[in-house]
Write a protein that binds this ligand. Structure first.
Ligand code: UD1
Length: 421
C-alpha cells in the first residue's frame, strides 16, 4: 500500500491549477446514461472514484472512449446489464447515482445497497422513496435495490426530502428528466454540483428549473440527446489547498477555480487571518507569514460551511491561536482524523458532535493512518506544518478525491513524496 512521506515546516508558495470536481463528475457521468446519442464529458479529474465509475460502466457493457485530453465519450446504447454490483458499489457509495438514470432510460435497475462507511451509516432511503413516488416498483432483496418502472412509465410527482441529500436530489432529477409530467423536489440540495447536473440535462434537451434553490422543478421529456459538457471546478480541492497555504503561513494562487462557490470557506479563512484576493476564475491567499487564528465552524448544507472541509479546518485550528469549536451536523462519526491529529500533538476534545480544538505551538510528525477521503486531507495538512516527518498510511483514500496531490504540493514547495508499498 502506498504511503505519503511529508517533512513539515515549509510555507507553501506558488501557483497551481484546480481540477474538475469529483462530486460533479460522478453525477455528470451517470447522466450520460440518459442520452439517446453519445455524450462527451470534459475536465474530468484523474481520480480513483472516476475510474470506479468507468469500471461500473464496463460491468454494464458500456466501454467509454478516453481521448488524449482525458475527455470521456459514453454511448449508453451499448448497455447490456442493468446491474451495479456490490463489489464496486461498496468501494464507492456514489455508484448509487446510476439508479435513477438506468431506471428512467432502460426501465429496470439493480444497484447494490452501499452499506455502512467510515463516516456513518449513510442511508439511501430518500433515493428509494423519491423513485417510488414517481411510480417505480422497488424491492430490497439480497442486498440489492431492485427497481422497475410500471408499464405506463415513471410519472411526475411532488417529493419533499426529509433531509437535504445531494446525491438523492441528483438521482431524482435524472429520473424525473425522462418521467411523464412535472416533478417538484422540495427541500432539495442547493449545491453547485446539482446546478452543474441540471445544466447538463438542459443542454441535452431537458427542462430543469429552480436549481440552486430548495425547490427544483423538472418537466419530463420523451428523449434526451447526448451533449458535450465540461465539469465545474472542485471547490473542496480548492478549499483544501487554501488551507494548506494558511496552515503553513504561505502564499498561493489557485487557477481554474470559482470563488463564487466557496463563500463560506473564504469567510472562515479571512477570519483566520488570511488575505484573500479573487478574480473570475482564480483565488489568491496570503498569510503574510502569520499563524492562523482559531475559527468556529458549523457544517450544514450549501451555501453554509461544507462538511467536506470540516477535517481540514480542524487541522488548521490545531495550530491556530486560541480555541476553535467545530460542529458537524451532516454526518455522524466524521471525526476519525481527530484521533490521528492528537497523535501528532494536537489538543482536540470531542463532545458529542463538536470538536473543541485548542491550538498548540507546533505539531510533531508521526506515522498516521488515513481513514476516509477528507480525514486524510487533514493529515496531509497537519504533516505540512508539523516538525519532522509524517508518514501517512492508507493513502488510497486520498487518491479517491485529490488529483496528483503530491505533485501539486511539490509545485508549491512542500517536501512530500509518495512511497510505493
Ligand atoms: C454528497 C457528497 C459528499 C458530501 C455530502 C454532504 C457526492 C458524490 N458526495 O454525499 O462528498 O459529504 O454530499 O455534503 O456528491 N441521508 C439520508 N437518507 C438518504 C440520503 C442521505 O438520511 O437517502 C442523510 C445522510 O445520512 C446524511 C445527509 O442525509 O446525514 C446528507 O447526505 P447526502 O447529502 O445524501 O450525502 P451524499 O449525497 O452521499
Amino acid at each position: 500500500m502506498d504511503k505519503l512521506r511529508i517533512v513539515g515546516g515549509t510555507p507553501l508558495n506558488g501557483e497551481i491549477r484546480i481540477s474538475g470536481a469529483k462530486n460533479s463528475a460522478l453525477p455528470i457521468l451517470a447522466c450520460t446514461l440518459l442520452g439517446d446519442t453519445p455524450s462527451t464529458v470534459q475536465n474530468l479529474p484523474h481520480l480513483h472514484d472516476i475510474t470506479t465509475m468507468i469500471e461500473l460502466f464496463g460491468c454494464m457493457g458500456i466501454q467509454p472512449i478516453i481521448d488524449e485530453k482525458l475527455s470521456l465519450e459514453v454511448d449508453a446504447n451499448t448497455i447490456k446489464t442493468l446491474v451495479a454490483p456490490y463489489d464496486l458499489v461498496k468501494t464507492m457509495r456514489a455508484s448509487i447515482l446510476v439508479l435513477g438514470p438506468m431506471l428512467a432510460r432502460f426501465g429496470k435497475a439493480e444497484v447494490a445497497l452501499p452499506g455502512g462507511c467510515a463516516i456513518g451509516s449513510r442511508p439511501v432511503d430518500l433515493h428509494v422513496r423519491g423513485l417510488q413516488a414517481m411510480g417505480a416498483n422497488i424491492k430490497i432483496e439480497d442486498g440489492y435495490i431492485k427497481a422497475e418502472i410500471p408499464s405506463a412509465g415513471l410519472h411526475g410527482t411532488t417529493f419533499m426530502f426529509d433531509t437535504v441529500s445531494v446525491t438523492g436530489t441528483e438521482n431524482l432529477i435524472m429520473a424525473a428528466a425522462l418521467a411523464k409530467g412535472k416533478t417538484i423536489l422540495q427541500n432539495a440540495a442547493k449545491e453547485p454540483e446539482v446546478i452543474d447536473l441540471a445544466n447538463m440535462i438542459n443542454q441535452m434537451g431537458g427542462h430543469v428549473t429552480g436549481m440552486g434553490t430548495d425547490t427544483i422543478t423538472i418537466e419530463g421529456v420523451g428523449h434526451l440527446q447526448g451533449t458535450t459538457f465540461s465539469v465545474m471546478a472542485d471547490r473542496i480541492e480548492t478549499g483544501t489547498y487554501l488551507v494548506a497555504a494558511a496552515i503553513t503561513g504561505g502564499k498561493v494562487k489557485l487557477k481554474d477555480t470559482d470563488p463564487s462557490i466557496l463563500e463560506a470557506v473564504l469567510i472562515k479563512l479571512q477570519e483566520a487571518g488570511a488575505n484573500i484576493d479573487t478574480g473570475r476564475n482564480w483565488i489568491a491567499l496570503d498569510m503574510k507569514g502569520n499563524k492562523p487564528k482559531a475559527v468556529n465552524i458549523r457544517t450544514a448544507p450549501y451555501p453554509a460551511f461544507p462538511t467536506d472541509m470540516q477535517a481540514q479546518f480542524i487541522a488548521l485550528n490545531s495550530v491556530a491561536e486560541g480555541i476553535g469549536k467545530v460542529t458537524e451536523t451532516i454526518f455522524e462519526n466524521r471525526f476519525m482524523h481527530v484521533y490521528e491529529l492528537n497523535r501528532m500533538g494536537a489538543q482536540i476534545l470531542i463532545e458529542g458532535n463538536t470538536a473543541i480544538v485548542k491550538g498548540v505551538d507546533s505539531l510533531k510528525g508521526a506515522p498516521v493512518m488515513a481513514t476516509d477521503l477528507r480525514a486524510s486531507a487533514s493529515l496531509v495538512l497537519a504533516g505540512l506544518v508539523a516538525q519532522g516527518e509524517t508518514l501517512i498510511d492508507r493513502i488510497y483514500h486520498i487518491d479517491r478525491g485529490y488529483q496528483c496531490i503530491e505533485e501539486k504540493l511539490q509545485l508549491l514547495g512542500a517536501k512530500i513524496k509518495r512511497i510505493a508499498g
